[in-house]
Design a protein around this ligand. Structure first.
Ligand code: AMP
Length: 211
Protein backbone atom coordinates (compact mmCIF):
# COMPACT_ATOMS: atom_id res chain seq x y z
CA UNK A 1 0.00 0.00 0.00
CA UNK A 2 1.10 3.57 -0.51
CA UNK A 3 0.08 6.78 -2.22
CA UNK A 4 0.48 7.12 -5.99
CA UNK A 5 4.18 7.56 -6.72
CA UNK A 6 5.23 6.12 -3.36
CA UNK A 7 7.20 3.40 -5.19
CA UNK A 8 4.79 0.49 -4.68
CA UNK A 9 5.32 -0.89 -8.17
CA UNK A 10 9.10 -0.50 -8.03
CA UNK A 11 9.43 -2.18 -4.64
CA UNK A 12 7.05 -4.96 -5.73
CA UNK A 13 9.31 -5.63 -8.75
CA UNK A 14 12.36 -5.74 -6.45
CA UNK A 15 10.58 -8.27 -4.23
CA UNK A 16 9.75 -10.39 -7.26
CA UNK A 17 13.40 -10.29 -8.33
CA UNK A 18 14.64 -11.25 -4.87
CA UNK A 19 12.04 -13.81 -3.79
CA UNK A 20 10.48 -14.97 -7.07
CA UNK A 21 6.90 -14.40 -5.97
CA UNK A 22 4.15 -13.34 -8.33
CA UNK A 23 3.40 -9.62 -8.77
CA UNK A 24 -0.31 -8.85 -8.99
CA UNK A 25 -0.96 -5.18 -9.68
CA UNK A 26 -4.60 -4.12 -9.94
CA UNK A 27 -3.56 -0.83 -11.61
CA UNK A 28 -1.68 -2.84 -14.26
CA UNK A 29 -4.63 -5.21 -14.79
CA UNK A 30 -7.01 -2.27 -15.17
CA UNK A 31 -4.70 -0.44 -17.60
CA UNK A 32 -4.44 -3.66 -19.60
CA UNK A 33 -8.27 -3.91 -19.74
CA UNK A 34 -8.38 -0.33 -21.04
CA UNK A 35 -5.71 -1.02 -23.69
CA UNK A 36 -7.57 -4.12 -24.85
CA UNK A 37 -10.85 -2.14 -24.91
CA UNK A 38 -12.72 -4.78 -22.95
CA UNK A 39 -16.12 -4.01 -21.37
CA UNK A 40 -14.39 -3.64 -18.01
CA UNK A 41 -11.81 -1.33 -19.59
CA UNK A 42 -14.52 0.97 -20.98
CA UNK A 43 -16.27 1.03 -17.58
CA UNK A 44 -13.20 1.90 -15.51
CA UNK A 45 -11.52 4.34 -17.90
CA UNK A 46 -13.28 7.54 -16.71
CA UNK A 47 -12.51 6.79 -13.05
CA UNK A 48 -8.82 6.18 -13.68
CA UNK A 49 -8.45 9.12 -16.02
CA UNK A 50 -9.79 11.48 -13.36
CA UNK A 51 -7.76 10.07 -10.50
CA UNK A 52 -10.68 8.36 -8.73
CA UNK A 53 -10.73 4.85 -7.40
CA UNK A 54 -12.55 2.30 -9.51
CA UNK A 55 -15.72 1.00 -7.76
CA UNK A 56 -14.91 -1.83 -5.36
CA UNK A 57 -16.91 -4.58 -7.05
CA UNK A 58 -14.98 -4.28 -10.35
CA UNK A 59 -11.59 -4.53 -8.67
CA UNK A 60 -12.68 -7.26 -6.27
CA UNK A 61 -13.91 -9.52 -9.08
CA UNK A 62 -10.68 -8.89 -10.99
CA UNK A 63 -8.63 -10.00 -7.97
CA UNK A 64 -10.96 -12.91 -7.29
CA UNK A 65 -10.45 -14.18 -10.87
CA UNK A 66 -6.70 -13.73 -10.65
CA UNK A 67 -6.47 -15.58 -7.33
CA UNK A 68 -8.38 -18.51 -8.76
CA UNK A 69 -5.40 -19.35 -11.02
CA UNK A 70 -3.02 -22.04 -9.86
CA UNK A 71 0.21 -20.01 -10.29
CA UNK A 72 -0.47 -18.14 -7.05
CA UNK A 73 0.51 -21.18 -5.00
CA UNK A 74 4.16 -20.09 -4.72
CA UNK A 75 3.10 -16.85 -3.06
CA UNK A 76 2.31 -13.40 -4.38
CA UNK A 77 2.48 -9.74 -3.65
CA UNK A 78 -0.58 -7.61 -4.26
CA UNK A 79 0.36 -4.14 -5.48
CA UNK A 80 -2.37 -1.52 -5.10
CA UNK A 81 -4.98 -3.76 -3.52
CA UNK A 82 -6.78 -3.53 -1.10
CA UNK A 83 -7.32 0.21 -1.29
CA UNK A 84 -10.56 0.63 0.69
CA UNK A 85 -11.94 -0.85 3.89
CA UNK A 86 -14.50 -2.73 1.83
CA UNK A 87 -11.67 -4.29 -0.21
CA UNK A 88 -9.87 -5.30 3.00
CA UNK A 89 -12.93 -7.28 4.11
CA UNK A 90 -13.40 -8.75 0.63
CA UNK A 91 -9.75 -9.83 0.65
CA UNK A 92 -10.27 -11.49 4.06
CA UNK A 93 -13.10 -13.51 2.50
CA UNK A 94 -11.10 -14.43 -0.62
CA UNK A 95 -8.13 -15.56 1.45
CA UNK A 96 -10.23 -17.54 3.86
CA UNK A 97 -12.03 -19.23 0.98
CA UNK A 98 -8.71 -20.37 -0.48
CA UNK A 99 -6.91 -21.17 2.77
CA UNK A 100 -4.34 -18.40 2.19
CA UNK A 101 -2.55 -16.58 4.99
CA UNK A 102 -1.33 -13.01 5.04
CA UNK A 103 2.36 -12.55 5.91
CA UNK A 104 2.30 -8.79 6.11
CA UNK A 105 1.10 -5.51 4.71
CA UNK A 106 3.74 -3.09 3.52
CA UNK A 107 2.91 0.60 3.57
CA UNK A 108 5.29 3.01 1.88
CA UNK A 109 5.07 6.56 3.28
CA UNK A 110 5.97 9.62 1.19
CA UNK A 111 5.04 13.30 1.32
CA UNK A 112 2.63 14.85 -1.18
CA UNK A 113 5.40 17.04 -2.64
CA UNK A 114 7.58 13.99 -3.31
CA UNK A 115 4.62 12.26 -4.97
CA UNK A 116 3.96 15.22 -7.29
CA UNK A 117 7.64 15.49 -8.24
CA UNK A 118 7.96 11.77 -8.94
CA UNK A 119 4.75 11.53 -10.92
CA UNK A 120 5.82 14.37 -13.19
CA UNK A 121 8.94 12.38 -14.15
CA UNK A 122 7.33 8.98 -14.49
CA UNK A 123 7.45 7.37 -17.95
CA UNK A 124 6.39 3.93 -19.14
CA UNK A 125 8.03 1.92 -21.92
CA UNK A 126 5.06 0.61 -23.97
CA UNK A 127 7.19 -2.22 -25.38
CA UNK A 128 8.21 -3.76 -22.06
CA UNK A 129 5.74 -2.00 -19.63
CA UNK A 130 8.81 -1.14 -17.54
CA UNK A 131 8.45 2.07 -15.53
CA UNK A 132 11.24 4.68 -15.44
CA UNK A 133 11.58 8.03 -13.74
CA UNK A 134 13.36 11.06 -15.19
CA UNK A 135 13.51 12.67 -11.73
CA UNK A 136 14.96 9.75 -9.78
CA UNK A 137 18.62 8.80 -9.97
CA UNK A 138 18.87 5.06 -10.58
CA UNK A 139 15.49 4.94 -12.34
CA UNK A 140 16.33 6.99 -15.42
CA UNK A 141 15.74 5.29 -18.76
CA UNK A 142 18.57 4.50 -21.18
CA UNK A 143 18.92 7.26 -23.80
CA UNK A 144 18.07 5.04 -26.78
CA UNK A 145 14.48 4.37 -25.63
CA UNK A 146 13.68 7.96 -24.54
CA UNK A 147 11.54 8.84 -27.56
CA UNK A 148 9.26 5.83 -27.27
CA UNK A 149 8.41 6.40 -23.58
CA UNK A 150 4.89 7.44 -22.60
CA UNK A 151 3.42 9.40 -19.70
CA UNK A 152 0.44 7.90 -17.91
CA UNK A 153 -2.79 9.94 -18.32
CA UNK A 154 -3.26 10.01 -14.55
CA UNK A 155 0.20 11.42 -13.78
CA UNK A 156 -0.64 15.12 -14.29
CA UNK A 157 -0.30 17.32 -11.17
CA UNK A 158 -4.04 18.01 -10.91
CA UNK A 159 -4.91 14.32 -11.18
CA UNK A 160 -2.15 13.33 -8.80
CA UNK A 161 -3.54 15.69 -6.15
CA UNK A 162 -6.97 14.12 -6.68
CA UNK A 163 -5.43 10.65 -6.30
CA UNK A 164 -3.74 11.77 -3.05
CA UNK A 165 -7.11 13.01 -1.76
CA UNK A 166 -8.69 9.64 -2.62
CA UNK A 167 -5.80 7.91 -0.92
CA UNK A 168 -6.33 9.77 2.36
CA UNK A 169 -10.08 9.52 2.25
CA UNK A 170 -10.44 5.88 1.21
CA UNK A 171 -7.15 4.10 1.78
CA UNK A 172 -6.11 5.57 5.16
CA UNK A 173 -8.96 3.66 6.88
CA UNK A 174 -7.80 0.43 5.19
CA UNK A 175 -4.24 1.03 6.41
CA UNK A 176 -5.55 1.72 9.91
CA UNK A 177 -7.45 -1.56 9.87
CA UNK A 178 -4.26 -3.52 9.12
CA UNK A 179 -2.40 -1.51 11.79
CA UNK A 180 -5.07 -2.48 14.30
CA UNK A 181 -4.55 -6.14 13.38
CA UNK A 182 -0.78 -5.79 13.84
CA UNK A 183 0.03 -6.65 10.20
CA UNK A 184 1.63 -3.38 9.20
CA UNK A 185 5.20 -2.92 8.00
CA UNK A 186 5.52 0.84 7.58
CA UNK A 187 8.55 2.12 5.71
CA UNK A 188 9.82 5.53 4.66
CA UNK A 189 9.69 5.74 0.86
CA UNK A 190 11.47 9.07 0.46
CA UNK A 191 14.94 7.59 -0.09
CA UNK A 192 16.32 6.16 -3.34
CA UNK A 193 14.66 2.91 -4.45
CA UNK A 194 17.65 0.68 -3.54
CA UNK A 195 17.85 2.17 -0.05
CA UNK A 196 14.11 1.72 0.49
CA UNK A 197 14.45 -1.90 -0.64
CA UNK A 198 17.32 -2.59 1.80
CA UNK A 199 15.17 -1.27 4.62
CA UNK A 200 12.22 -3.31 3.40
CA UNK A 201 14.27 -6.52 3.35
CA UNK A 202 15.51 -5.84 6.89
CA UNK A 203 11.94 -5.38 8.05
CA UNK A 204 10.76 -8.52 6.24
CA UNK A 205 13.43 -10.61 8.00
CA UNK A 206 11.89 -9.75 11.33
CA UNK A 207 8.48 -10.78 9.98
CA UNK A 208 9.92 -14.17 8.91
CA UNK A 209 11.38 -14.61 12.35
CA UNK A 210 7.97 -13.84 13.78
CA UNK A 211 9.05 -10.82 15.81
P1 AMP B 1 -1.85 2.19 -9.55
O1 AMP B 1 -1.20 1.66 -10.79
O2 AMP B 1 -1.82 1.21 -8.42
O3 AMP B 1 -1.33 3.55 -9.16
O4 AMP B 1 -3.41 2.38 -9.92
C1 AMP B 1 -3.83 3.27 -10.92
C2 AMP B 1 -5.32 3.55 -10.81
O5 AMP B 1 -6.04 2.32 -10.97
C3 AMP B 1 -5.81 4.10 -9.49
O6 AMP B 1 -5.66 5.50 -9.39
C4 AMP B 1 -7.28 3.67 -9.51
O7 AMP B 1 -8.03 4.51 -10.38
C5 AMP B 1 -7.20 2.30 -10.15
N1 AMP B 1 -7.03 1.24 -9.13
C6 AMP B 1 -5.96 0.40 -9.00
N2 AMP B 1 -6.12 -0.45 -7.97
C7 AMP B 1 -7.33 -0.13 -7.43
C8 AMP B 1 -8.08 -0.62 -6.31
N3 AMP B 1 -7.59 -1.60 -5.54
N4 AMP B 1 -9.29 -0.05 -6.06
C9 AMP B 1 -9.79 0.92 -6.83
N5 AMP B 1 -9.13 1.46 -7.87
C10 AMP B 1 -7.92 0.94 -8.19
Amino acid sequence: MGAPGSGKGTQAEFLVGQFGMLHISTGEMLRDAIDRRTDLGELVKPYMKNGHLVPDHHVISLVEDRLSQSDIEAGFILDGFPRTLHQVFAMDGLMQGQGLTLDGVIVIDVSEETVVERASGRRVDPETTKVYNLNIKGERPPAHILNRLEKRDDDSEEIIRQRMASYHQETDPAVEEYARRGHLIRIDGSALPDTVFEELCRRLESVEQGS
